[in-house]
Design a binder for this molecule. Structure first.
Ligand SMILES: [Zn+2]
Length: 310
């Protein structure tokens, strides 16, 4: 039996057919910006599978997506998704296209399920999966259960306010959200400000429109002072935001996943150092911050597919 797992992100739509041994037997991806709406996205995936993987019969579809309301099975007011409608009945759209039972879940929760079943959280009943990408999210597994929240919209970690005074405007309508500092665009905004005012740096040799977080970390490793300063700002903000979750919920296992988490120990060590001063005494000595064991795979595809398997 096969299951289709789809990870809809602000930048890419990635998907894979997962077999009963939990192996991805076919995968592909598109740029999210290729599609004006969810309908054209579902049609493109359908056509691709028809053409290239029609021998793999699919039993059910699981989708991880941003700004999901788990209860209504819709995407609601997604700041990082440039699709036409504010309310997108994603489950219905895919079921209409594929005529296969479909379930949708917040992308960070899908990634958390992936980590729980296949990755470093196998033996953990309670942990947090922080996803760092275009947006910033958190998947919480508490006492073995994914936490969806009172309205079905849990996981919006990127919209914790970390600057109440001079906060940047966020796509969600609020100001000072974590995502406006450590989401993809937020990092680049910080970088542009610091490159302009921060003195001598190799980063200004890169064409501004081509600058990426990867470049910033590359030069930070070479101790370029401005790049070091940008990374320090990221890990301070991330560390502080994580402490809000760990201290409130007494969670001591946290996994980092997504673009900048690929920097491995380099980001982990710095985030941990910046997180520790904010921790409660109980957590300070047994906090366990790790990079996702599925960092080079796609836990959201695996997690979304697993969700519909059970
Ligand atoms: Zn926000």
């Amino acid at each position: 039996m096969n299951y289709l797992g789809i990870d809809i992100g602000g930048t890419n739509v990635a998907y894979g057919i997962v077999n009963s041994n939990n192996e991805i037997v076919y995968s592909n991806s598109f740029k999210t910006s290729e599609f004006p709406n969810a309908k054209t996205c579902s049609k493109a995936i359908f056509d691709d599978l028809n053409e290239n993987a029609s021998q793999l019969k699919i039993q059910a579809i699981g989708i991880g997506a941003p700004s999901v309301n788990f209860f209504s099975q819709s995407i609601e007011n997604a700041p990082n998704l440039d699709w036409e409608d504010d309310i997108i009945p994603l489950k219905d759209i895919f079921e209409e296209q594929f005529e296969i039972s479909t379930k949708i879940i917040n992308d960070a929760n899908a990634a958390a399920i992936g980590e729980h079943i296949y990755g470093g959280a196998k033996d953990l009943e309670t942990f947090a999966m922080v996803t760092l990408g275009t947006g910033v999210g958190i998947g919480l597994v508490i006492n073995g259960e994914v936490y969806h929240g009172a309205n079905g919209t849990g996981g919006e970690f990127g919209h914790i306010c970390i600057d109440r005074v001079n906060g940047r405007e966020c796509g969600c309508g609020n100001y000072g959200c974590l995502e406006t500092y450590i989401g993809r665009d937020g990092i680049l905004k910080t970088a542009r400000q610091k490159i302009e005012f921060g003195g001598v740096t190799q980063l200004n040799k890169i064409i501004p429109s081509e600058l990426s977080a990867k470049d910033i970390f590359k030069f930070a490793r070479k101790e370029d002072p401005v790049a070091v300063d940008i990374v320090a700002q990221i890990t301070k903000d991330l560390g502080y935001a994580i402490s809000i979750i760990t201290n409130s919920l007494d969670i001591n296992n946290i996994f980092l996943f997504g673009g900048i988490a690929k920097e491995g120990n380099f980001i982990k060590k710095r985030t941990l150092k910046d997180l520790k001063p904010y921790l409660t005494a109980a957590l300070r000595d047994n906090i366990n911050l790790q990079i996702s064991e599925l960092i080079n795979e796609n836990p959201a595809i695996l997690g979304a597919a697993y969700m519909v398997k059970i």
